[in-house]
Design a protein around this ligand. Structure first.
Ligand code: GLU
Length: 460
């Protein structure tokens, strides 16, 4: 089989939203699964709507997702000569004609077609006119009027379109500036794209493009049109990948979640990135629409936070700790240990960072949950905490084992149970009555902080 070459071809007019990210991801997965190439083409011919910020946002988002492209990025706007050359080929072959119809004439024809209950397909006399006019014009493609255009879509199955139903689309303006359905063909052929994988919203463009390939004598690629993504509000659906990054998603979590919008592998829900690449199969992408579900998305992310390698997780969370006002080095031993005590509870890195704050705050600046303080910091409890602090000074090697032995001796001597001191101690150490295991919290906090916080606990 010849080499698999796929491309992601965004128009840089906004952020990389989840739909675009899914298209990019599926292209990447297919390429990597097949040992092929993943190409990036920025479709920036619409100079009014395209912006450099958007190009940058898309490239940054792809980088964050780990979707590294092969070969150089192709900027469509830099290929003007190639587009003109292709237009000239079409002109020479008489595959296009000058259409002089005005916008007004087209509107009237559209209104008439719609009033008659049909949809508008542009047809006019310009196609067969023999005389040139000194009027503004556009280049329209001479679509065959007979026969049908058939293609076998990898996801959607066989798609048959009657050629009579395909309009003579405009391929270029008078000045030669080309339009989407035309340039996409020229550029896909230039990049030797073997498979065009894109959203189903492009399905009706494909027969038009196939006819242009044929007119230019270019090999027609395979097509795969992905199901649409529904669910959530339009605002959330169109939020950029970077907003999910900022909300504390791991790239592996987000990739896992969006890979499942249209693709599945038995009942398996959680995949590493390498595993998705290995298992991804375009032929098993389903036709039905995927629906966004934030709760599911968080749950998937939580699994990735739980499974992530400790050092990697620490590296990811420092940015979020920084935002909370704590500057901690990614390889800080306390951070590495702290992450292990809190990771199971966090759905996002934002949550993880917030849960980790208490470890890094100065001992005398720890804030207590007000309700818990009223409930647990009774004068009896505070005396016991001071007693525990005193007892702990004798622990030399600061390990969970030695700490628990010391505290158990302390409570045993006073005929107490662990539950009599557990909540007040946790509140004194963490600032909340809930938190990780007492011994592990103490180990991570260290001896000095533990003793200081137990002694500093105050009712008011
Ligand atoms: N630039 C087009 C878009 O962003 C994609 C074209 C394609 O994939 O064929 O919708």
């Amino acid at each position: 089989m010849s080499e698999v070459r796929v491309r992601f071809a965004p128009s840089p007019t906004g952020v990389l939203h989840l739909g675009g990210a899914r298209t990019a991801l599926f292209n990447y997965l297919y390429a990597k699964n097949q040992g092929g190439k993943f190409l990036l083409r920025i479709e920036d011919t619409d100079r009014e709507r395209s912006t450099d910020e958007s190009t940058k946002a898309i490239i940054d988002a792809m980088k964050w997702m780990g979707l590294h492209h092969d070969e150089e990025i192709v900027f469509q706007s830099k290929r003007v000569d190639a587009h003109l050359e292709a237009l000239n080929t079409l002109i020479k072959k008489n595959a296009v004609y000058k259409c002089y119809c005005t916008a007004e004439e087209r509107n009237t024809a559209r209104e008439k077609a719609e009033a008659e209950g049909g949809s508008y397909i542009h047809r006019c006399d310009c196609r067969d006119a023999t005389n040139e006019k000194e009027l503004p014009f556009v280049w329209r493609f001479r679509m065959p009027k007979e026969g049908e255009t058939v293609f076998d879509d990898i996801v959607q199955g066989t798609i048959v379109t009657q050629n009579l139903e395909i309009e003579d689309l405009v391929v270029a303006r008078q000045d030669g500036s080309p339009l989407y359905n035309f340039v996409v063909v020229v550029d896909d052929a230039f990049q030797r794209v073997s498979h065009v994988i894109r959203g189903k919203d492009h399905l009706t463009n494909t027969p038009k493009q196939i006819q242009i390939y044929k007119a230019l004598d270019l090999p027609v690629p395979r097509f795969a049109h992905l199901p649409l993504i529904l669910g959530l509000s339009k605002r959330l659906r169109s939020a950029g990948v970077e907003s999910y990054r900022d909300q504390g998603y791991l790239a592996s979590g987000l990739n896992n979640y969006i890979s499942r919008l249209g693709w599945s592998y038995g009942d398996q829900e959680i995949f590493t990135f390498d595993e998705i690449i290995e298992k991804f199969d375009l032929t098993t992408v389903n036709r039905s629409e995927g629906s966004l579900d934030l709760q599911k998305m968080e749950w998937v992310n939580q699994q990735h936070i739980q499974n992530a390698e400790g050092r990697l997780l620490a590296k990811e969370v420092v940015v979020f700790l920084e935002r909370e006002g704590f500057s901690v080095a990614a390889d800080d031993a306390k951070l590495l240990a702290a992450v292990e005590t809190m990771r199971a509870r966090a759905k996002t890195l934002v949550e993880l960072a917030r849960n980790l704050k208490f470890y890094f705050v100065a001992d005398d600046a720890l804030e207590y949950d007000e309700k818990a303080r009223e409930k647990f910091f009774t004068s009896v409890a505070l005396d016991r905490l001071r007693g525990m602090a005193e007892a702990l000074t004798s622990v030399d090697e600061w390990s969970e084992e030695n700490i628990s032995a010391c505290i158990n001796d302390f409570i045993g001597a006073q005929s107490l149970k662990l539950k009599d001191v557990a909540q007040p101690s946790r509140l004194a150490l963490v600032g909340r009555a809930a938190g990780p295991g007492l011994w592990e919290t103490m180990v991570v906090l260290g001896k000095t902080s533990t003793i200081a916080r137990l002694s500093l606990a105050e009712a008011i």
